[in-house]
Structures are given as structure tokens and as C-alpha cells.
Design a protein around this ligand. Structure first.
Ligand SMILES: Cc1cc2nc3c(=O)[nH]c(=O)nc-3n(C[C@H](O)[C@H](O)[C@H](O)COP(=O)(O)O)c2cc1C
Length: 371
């Protein structure tokens, strides 16, 4: 019965993909949706797109799988006749890749292409057959090795085309290879009219340690080229537009925060107080935990620029407190910030914060400019 349903779905898919092709053909080239330069390469890459362009403090990863990037289409393939490519300003994109880029335009972050070692066939029926075989056998196709450091991110978008009402097996390869514990996971997908299927549920089940799995967005392939507005609206609905603002705030000069043997990444802001304190780097402070939310320690200098005090904090904030004459790193409880005195954010720890849960007693923490 399942086989018959699958075969029927494949037939329906072929018809709907033919429909999709003619719609793509009639899509005008959009100048509004022009993609960032780093995304315009039509050749598959094996790693994060342009990792050197990542800004310090940028903690959003947009990982995607797209057939257009995982099948060996000839270089001169015509996007207007291919089901799995979107044409924009003369550049060809995988459908899901295009959606990944729309997300990046809104929230920033790094884009990572998930690529299988063995490319998929370019023939639709052959991909359908291979996918069914992989699903039936629970195969996790091997992924191209990459230098992706997942610990650098606290929010991970996972993008994919719907294959047989689920995510392709390569997505589950990615989820089993990279540890998304403690991270916010956000699925998004493209499809040919049948929606996200069981993909959201199965992805959530594959990341049991995730801090949260937010509502996904599914866009029909024929609507992806005009998807800027629905993507922006969805990001607003799930609160990711605020996250983008935090990212901008997290931009500054790259620093390291050394806690015992562990070196964390961070930034120090471009504010008068932060610049004043940066003068004392490398700065080692004996810090102690308080309230399961912060490590703090006294300093022996008296800064003059003390604007911007607040009684709230974000996890990862590095702050100076005039009243207690100390610096602190906040690592938990941003949802319930019960501070009795003002703190002034001067920077942010951008690495995973879980180390602070494991510390006990006094610990020397060194703040230094990154080399
Ligand atoms: C093997 C295979 C199975 C598919 N199964 C479905 C499906 O179950 N439901 C659906 O709506 N679209 C299905 N599609 C269509 C793709 O989800 C759709 O074309 C998608 O936008 C392609 O994205 P990509 O270019 O990023 O690969 C299937 C496509 C392929 C190749």
C-alpha cells in the first residue's frame, strides 16, 4: 500500500514539477531579490559560503540541502527548463538555496550548503527511486567534509526540499553529524504543492537536545522567487527579526575569553566604556558564580564613561557594574533578569555558554583581544 502511495506521489510530483517548470519560466528576473555576492556561485562548494565574511558575534547558521547543488547539472543547464533551479538576475540557484539566501538577507548569519559525497542523479525518477531506497533502508548518505564549527552558533536554520513528504535523508545525516543540543532549531522547506509533510515532526525528533524548535516555513517552489515578503513576515512572527538586531549589536572587536583551558570567542563593543576597559586587556579577573546566572569579579580600575546602565541582560553579555565595581559574564536567566543595580554591557561571549554551568568556586577568566 505504501509502495502504491509512493508511486502515485511520484506520478503526481512529475505532473506538478512540469507545472512548476512553466511557472518558473514565466518568472521575471527580480532586482529586489538579488542575492548577496557570496551566494551567486553556481558551482557547489564544500563548506560554509565565504566563512571569512562571518562577522564576530554572528551566531546564526542557515544550513540547507538543495537538489540543484547536489546533482551534477551541466554548467550551462537552463534554469527555465530545470525543475530544481531558480533564476534571479541571470544567476541560477537551487530552490531551497534561494530561500536560504532570502533568510540570510533578513537575519544575517552564515550559509552552509549540505552536500552529499555522492551526487544525486539529474533524472527526476532516478532521484525518487534513490530517495525511496534511502528512506526504506534508513540510509544516512555521507556528507562532504566541511570545516563547519557548529559550536559557533546558537540558532540553526535547517532548509530542504520536501522529498516523499519528508526531509531528504541528507538532512538527517546532517542532524546526526552535528550536535544541536541547546540550540534553537528552525526548519524551512520548499515543495511542489504538498506542504511540509511530516518533516517538522521528524526533524524535531532528530534533535531531542535542542533548546527549542520554532515553527517552520514551507514555500511552494513556484512561489520561491517572490518569497521575500512571506519569509520576512515569518521571521517576524517567530521573533527572528529581534535576533538579527542582537547580531548587529554583537558586532565589535573580536576578543577571547579564556576560562581555564577553554578559549571562548566574543566581541567587545565600540562604545566609550568598552574602549576604556579594552585598554586593560589582557585582563584577568578572579570571578565567582552567582545565582546560577553570572560569573562576576572585582576590577582595580575606575572607568569614567558610565552611560547605558540597565537592569536587564542577555545571556552572553559581558558587563561592567559601577555600583559593585566589578565585571560580569551573564550566561543564563535572561528571561528573568532580577538585577538590583545597573550593569552596562561592554561586550558579548559569542561561543556556547554551557561551560559556565559546569564551573564551581573561583575561576580566573582572562579577556584579551583576539589575534
Ligand atoms: C525525490 C523527490 C521527491 C519529492 N517529493 C515531493 C513531495 O512529497 N511533496 C512535494 O510537494 N514536493 C516534492 N518534491 C518536489 C520538491 O520538494 C520541490 O521541487 C523543491 O522545491 C525542490 O527544491 P530544491 O531545488 O532545493 O531541491 C520532490 C522532489 C524530488 C526530487
Amino acid at each position: 500500500m505504501k509502495k502504491i502511495a509512493s508511486a502515485l506521489l511520484a506520478v503526481v510530483m512529475m505532473i506538478s514539477m512540469a507545472a512548476c517548470q512553466s511557472q518558473e519560466q514565466s518568472q521575471p528576473e527580480s532586482s529586489e531579490s538579488s542575492m548577496p555576492q557570496s551566494q551567486t556561485n553556481t558551482q557547489p562548494e564544500s563548506s560554509i559560503a565565504a566563512p571569512e565574511e562571518s562577522t564576530a558575534g554572528n551566531r546564526i547558521l542557515i544550513a540547507y540541502f538543495s537538489l540543484g547543488r547536489n546533482a551534477e547539472y551541466p554548467d550551462d543547464v537552463d534554469a527555465s527548463t530545470s525543475a530544481s533551479l531558480v533564476l534571479d538576475n541571470g544567476q541560477q540557484y537551487g530552490t531551497t538555496e534561494y530561500m536560504a539566501n532570502l533568510i540570510q538577507q533578513n537575519v544575517g548569519g552564515d550559509v552552509h550548503m549540505i552536500q552529499t559525497v555522492t551526487p544525486y542523479p539529474t533524472d527526476f525518477d532516478a532521484v525518487v527511486d534513490q530517495n525511496h531506497a534511502e528512506m526504506d533502508a534508513g540510509t544516512l548518505p555521507e556528507l562532504v567534509e566541511s570545516d563547519l564549527d557548529i559550536s559557533q552558533y546558537d540558532t540553526v536554520f535547517i532548509g530542504y526540499p520536501i522529498w516523499a513528504t519528508n526531509a531528504p535523508q541528507a538532512i538527517f545525516s546532517f542532524l546526526s553529524e552535528y550536535d544541536l543540543s541547546g540550540k534553537t532549531v528552525i526548519p524551512f522547506c520548499t515543495h511542489d504543492g504538498y506542504g511540509a509533510g511530516s518533516s517538522y515532526t521528524d526533524i524535531a525528533a532528530a534533535v531531542p537536545g535542542a533548546a527549542q524548535v520554532l515553527d517552520g516555513l514551507a514555500i511552494e517552489a513556484s512561489d520561491v522567487a517572490g518569497g521575500a515578503e512571506p519569509v520576512a513576515q515569518w521571521l517576524q512572527e517567530i521573533g527572528m527579526d529581534k535576533k538579527a538586531e542582537e547580531n548587529v549589536q554583537a558586532e565589535g572587536t573580536a576578543i577571547t575569553i579564556t576560562v581555564g583551558d577553554t578559549v571562548l570567542d566574543g566581541v567587545i563593543y565600540d562604545t566609550a566604556l568598552a574602549k576604556e576597559i579594552e585598554e586593560y586587556f589582557p585582563l584577568t579577573i578572579s570571578m565567582v558564580g552567582f545565582g546560577s546566572r553570572e560569573y562576576y569579579g572585582g576590577v582595580d580600575f575606575y572607568p569614567e564613561n558610565l552611560e547605558g546602565g540597565q537592569k536587564t541582560f542577555e545571556n552572553g553579555d559581558i558587563t561592567y557594574c559601577e555600583a559593585h565595581h566589578n565585571m560580569a559574564i551573564f550566561y543564563a536567566q535572561t528571561d528573568d533578569p532580577v538585577l538590583s543595580v545597573d550593569v552596562i554591557p561592554i561586550g558579548k561571549v559569542t561561543s556556547d555558554l554551557s561551560i559556565f554551568n559546569e564551573l564551581s568556586g573561583n575561576v580566573d577568566i582572562t579577556f584579551a583581544l583576539a589575534e
